[in-house]
Design a protein around this ligand. Sequence first.
Ligand SMILES: Nc1ncnc2c1ncn2[C@@H]1O[C@H](COP(=O)(O)OP(=O)(O)OP(=O)(O)O)[C@@H](O)[C@H]1O
Ligand SMILES: [Mg+2]
Length: 368
Amino acid sequence: MLAAEALEKRFALHDGRIVNAMDGVGFRIEPGQLYTLLGPSGCGKTTTLRSIAGLETPDSGRIAIGDMAVFDSARRLLVPANRRKIGMVFQSYAIWPHMDVYENVAFPLRVSGERVREGDVAARVAKALATVRMEGFERRPATRLSGGQQQRLALARALVMEPRVLLLDEPLSNLDAKLRESMRLELRRIQKSLGITTVYVTHDQTEALAMSDVVAVMENGRIVQQGDPRTIYSRPATRFVAEFIGSTNFVPGRIARAGADALVEIEGGRLRCAVPAGLDTGARVLVSIRPEDIAVRAAGAAAAAGDGNRIAGRVVEQIFLGSLADHVIAAGGAEFHAWCHPAAAFSPGSEVVLEVDPARCIVLPEKT
Ligand SMILES: Nc1ncnc2c1ncn2[C@@H]1O[C@H](COP(=O)(O)OP(=O)(O)OP(=O)(O)O)[C@@H](O)[C@H]1O
Ligand SMILES: [Mg+2]
């Protein structure tokens, strides 16, 4: 278990301004989980990760790794980084260029206070390299590695101390798109097979959805929502989360009937929204509808069964994206993006009807 409570960190900039890098960050990560901090640049992800590692000292709060408190401002407790049993991969990898692969992986063992015997060093380096599938690369100079191999080496070096917690700061961001995709699967496979509690930092929402047990979305030094990837994606709690993860349409409206089967008045119609929002009648809201949740039908075509929402509209533009066709559709006083299979695309000017399941209409407060 890894837990943090009420972490605060302020930085004073040279022009006198104060940045709240952490503004009450708290979480609880169960053993073996991969927990992702996801958010835009500057939201406080690295500061949080470095605080767990002991490379940054928060102004206040508490951090515990397992049953060991490693930071507690009230008790003036601060366990130094090298005694926290943490393995970390930095965005830059921080590989030593003057050493070969073997010495890079052995490095943490040599500088730790543990006095590991040379035979044990060899065994542990071999095990770490096997974990990341880099056997046979021992004597390769670290400068003669591909991007993916450097990434594996950095991971092997983080694992060689057999840490209790693995911290990964944008470990795949230096790789090209294809390699990133395969490495994230491999990283996840290694993490699961070791059962190691992991905090993963990224600003890439697809990566977060693909890899995580739990995603925590950060904004301005705060965790604004956390949950499993499906919940975060399908039930965003704020406009920021809905916008940051995936693509979405926002339709402005006003709640005409509150409750579990809410009705929202939008320009030229009403939307049924079968998602409880905890907002009162009359409240100004945004209804978030994902582009893949909209079925586009020709005007006059038979409606799907059931009492889903139907909004009449006209296709403004169609953008071919290979695996899908993105349609820009003017409807209900707004412009919607709707994704269809390219074979079922509509040309600009077509009169259409947008059908949306009420369960896919997420009501959000206008201001969050
Ligand atoms: N040593 C520092 N001195 C001053 N400001 C800092 C320092 N470290 C971080 N900050 C500021 O704190 C805020 C959070 O920084 P942090 O590095 O945690 O963001 P991040 O979420 O990791 O961003 P990125 O995705 O760009 O890496 C930013 O506004 C940053 O400029
Ligand atoms: Mg960062």
